[in-house]
Each structure stands twice: as C-alpha cells, then as structure tokens.
Design a protein around this ligand. Structure first.
Ligand SMILES: Nc1nc2c(ncn2[C@@H]2O[C@H](COP(=O)(O)OP(=O)(O)OP(=O)(O)O)[C@@H](O)[C@H]2O)c(=O)[nH]1
Ligand code: SF4
Ligand SMILES: [Mg+2]
Length: 405
C-alpha cells in the first residue's frame, strides 16, 4: 500500500552510480530480487536512469535509481553522464558501485571526492568480490562506508540493505502536509474552490495528499467550497482545530469564519513541505526593499500545461507590478541559471514545487542563499499579496514569530 500511496518525490532517493560494467544493474536487480533493469557483459548497457520503488524496513518505500556509467564516451555518452549526474543531484544517498578486482580509476577518485563534499550520504558496494581483489582498491575503499557484494552468488545484499537503513535517521525527510499541526482525532475543514482552473472530475494533488494525511491521523475532515463554508461553519456544534483553504479564496474564507479560528492555505503547507518556510518569509520581508527595475526570476520545476491566467507567468508578475514595483522585470525559467548569472536577480520566486522533490528545492535554496539572492515562493507571495500574512502563519509558531519580528 505504502508504495502506491507515496509519490516518488517524497521517497528517500538512492542513486547507484559507478563506471560501466561495475555491476550497478546486477546490484539493482539483487536488491529487488527480480529483474528491474538490464544486465549484460557489454559496457554501456544502461543508457537512461531507471527508477523503481522498493519497500525497505523502517524507511518505507525508497526510490532506487540505476544510472549509466560515468566513464561513458562520445557525444551520447556525455549526455548519459549528464543525466546520471542530474539523478545524483536530487539523491539522499549516493551508492557508489565499484569492482573489488580493479584499481580505482581516475574518474572514480574524482567523483568520490566531489560527492563527499556534497553533504549527501555516500556509501559504496564493492562488487566482484568473487574475484581476486586489487590491493589499491581495497586500500582506497576503506575511506568510504562500504559493503562487499558478490552479485553472482547474491551475497552481501542484506548487509547493504542494513547499511542503507542505518542512515535512516540522518536523512532530511519530506514532512507530510499537516505534520505537527493537528492532533490525533482532530477536526479540520478544507475549503477547495471548484472553478474553471480545477481539473475535471478530480481534486488536485496537494488537496488529495492533505486529505490522506488527515485520515492517517484519524482526523475528521469536512470539505466544502468557499460559497458553502459560512453556512456549514456557523451550523457546527464545535469549531475545527484548523481550516485550510486555497490561496485564491483566502480573503473570503477569513471573513466567513471567526477571527480566532486557526487558518492557513494549502500553498503554505506545501511551501513548508517542499522547501523552507523561514527562508521564504525572509524573501517576503525583502518585498519592502525592491529597487527600481529589479530583475525577478520566476522559477518553475516542470513543464506543466500553462493556462490563460497562469499563476507563475501571468498572475504573480501582475500582482508584483501592482503591489511592489511597476518597473520590475521578469525572467521565467525551469532551471536555476548558472551561478554567475544568478547575481543579476534581486529575487527568485519559486513555484510550489508540487512535482519536485524537497531535495531539489532545498538544493536551489542553498545556492540562492550562497549568492545572497532573496527567495520566496508562489504560496507565500500570494498569501502576502492577498493580505493574509501574518494570519495564515499563525498555526506555525516559529515562522509566525519570524514574520512578526
Ligand atoms: N563475477 C562477477 N560478475 C559480475 C558481478 N556483478 C556483475 N557482474 C557481471 O558484470 C557484467 C556487467 O554487469 P552489469 O550489472 O550490467 O553492470 P553495469 O554497471 O550495470 O554496467 P553498465 O550498465 O554497462 O554501466 C555482467 O556480465 C554481470 O553478470 C559480480 O559481483 N561478480
Ligand atoms: S507548481 Fe512547479 S512543480 Fe507544480 S506544476 Fe507548477 S511548475 Fe510544475
Ligand atoms: Mg547497467
């Protein structure tokens, strides 16, 4: 069940990497105890990253990715290496797969040094332990937490799983939408407008994930559209612990419920889940000091279908020009520009990141902080623009105090 219910973006991500023919795909199949990726004696068999979910003890479902060897050659090879490196950049655990029977190559040494600096967890599987081991490799691998594996006899696989599990409490997990906000058996109202932008016949992912999270916590959930809210809210015998609404209807909702009612928005829940709320609040505060003609980067995370009144490309720039600086200039991108180019931006407004992993967003935030570029996200900006701050932050004690400082 957990495998089906946990989106890959929220699973712990483990990426297998190494030179060609190191036994990456064989190891991946052994971890799954079935064939999930192709093994062959020809170097360069795996060309595109292959990601599959595996239930792993108390980590729950983890996403394992098999990659192309990072010593691939030619133009195509370089493209494959680029995709392997991309997978590594969003991983929680880097699993180096390296043969016991050959000396470490220059690429292996270089990669290990780079990855060690990346603050991710680096572990290794020493394959081909059925062959005579190379003395230099034995010495070199001592510097990395590793497990010896024989992919043909399938030995060492359980020890490798144990090594992965031992990292469990050191990983920055993506929290669930209402983590720390509601008690068991609590009561929550969700306000979800069904307008033209709503997908036909279903609810959007943040709403579905929030409902599931509340049910997992044995909470009662009432779901209404903004128009019906007042009638049902007034009729309630006891008031909810929390009301969560879509940012677009925040003003109406906050007027229709009691002033002391705790209220927040789906976008703020997801800004916290997918990024760093405190950092986005800093960005909102910087809206008071935006210079004339400031360059603002709107940063999306996937190639979603844009609508006529698209939030990122239309609504946010319009609100920004109306409420902050009419002379602001906007750039739209799905990738963070190269570091030297970043400096020209006063601020980055990150998308909600619903399809991105927390890791990817946190990595972006780290780079932006390094270059002193202010950063906020759609949810926080819209909340601010609609006059919802600080009210929408009240349920988050620490972040509320940051905003009120
Ligand atoms: N003897 C021995 N052979 C192995 C071991 N692991 C893998 N092999 C063999 O090595 C060859 C390459 O294995 P793969 O798992 O495809 O290697 P890979 O790292 O995925 O290779 P690429 O996808 O080409 O980068 C296959 O013929 C495997 O059967 C091992 O532990 N011992
Ligand atoms: S919010 Fe970001 S990740 Fe979600 S659909 Fe839009 S661009 Fe993609
Ligand atoms: Mg392979």
């Amino acid at each position: 069940m957990a495998l089906i219910n946990t989106p890959i973006a929220e699973q712990v991500k483990i990426v297998l990497f190494g030179i060609r023919n190191a036994g990456k795909s064989s190891l991946m199949n052994n971890l799954f105890e079935r064939e999930v990726t192709i093994v062959s004696e020809n170097p360069g068999t795996t060309t595109d990253p292959v990601t599959k979910s595996l239930e792993l003890g108390n980590m729950g479902p983890v996403a394992l990715t098999d990659t192309a060897g990072f010593d691939d050659t030619g133009e195509l090879g370089l493209e494959r290496i680029r995709r392997s490196v991309e997978s590594l950049s969003v991983a929680d655990i880097h699993l180096l797969v390296t043969r016991a029977d050959t000396a470490p190559t220059a690429e292996e040494k270089e990669f290990a040094v780079t990855l060690n600096k990346s603050h991710k967890h680096l572990i290794a599987a020493l394959t081909f332990t059925d062959k005579k081991s190379d003395a230099e490799k034995s010495e070199w691998i001592r510097g990395i937490k590793h497990v010896s594996v024989d992919n043909l006899r399938k030995t060492g696989i359980d020890s490798l799983k144990k090594l992965i599990l031992s990292l469990s409490d050191k990983i920055d997990y993506e929290m669930t939408p209402v983590e720390g906000l509601v008690r068991e058996n609590g009561f929550v109202i969700l306000v979800t407008p069904i307008d033209l932008a709503a997908p036909k016949g279903r609810l959007i992912l943040p709403q579905v994930e929030t409902i599931r999270d509340l049910l997992d916590r044995d909470c009662g959930v009432m779901i209404v559209k903004e128009r019906e809210l007042k009638f049902f809210y007034d009729a309630l015998k006891f008031k909810p612990d929390l009301v969560i609404c879509d940012s677009q209807v925040f003003s109406k909702v906050s007027a229709d419920i009691s002033e002391s009612q705790k209220l927040t928005s789906f976008s703020i829940l997801f800004a916290r889940k997918k990024g760093d709320l405190a950092c986005y609040i800093d960005g909102v505060k910087a809206l008071n000091s935006v210079p004339e003609k400031a360059s603002i980067l709107i940063l999306e995370s996937c190639s979603h279908h844009r609508q006529a009144d698209d939030i990122g490309t239309v609504k946010i720039p319009r609100l920004f020009r109306q409420l902050v600086r009419s002379s602001a200039e906007f750039v739209f991108s799905r990738e963070l520009p190269a570091e030297p180019e970043l400096k020209k931006f006063f601020m980055v407004i990150n998308c909600a990141g619903c399809m991105a992993s927390r890791n990817k967003i946190i990595q972006r935030l780290d780079i932006l902080k390094k270059h002193s570029v202010h950063v906020t996200n759609y949810g926080l900006f819209l909340a601010w623009a609609n006059g919802l701050l600080p009210r929408a932050l009240e349920p988050f004690e620490y972040e509320y105090s940051l905003y009120s400082e």
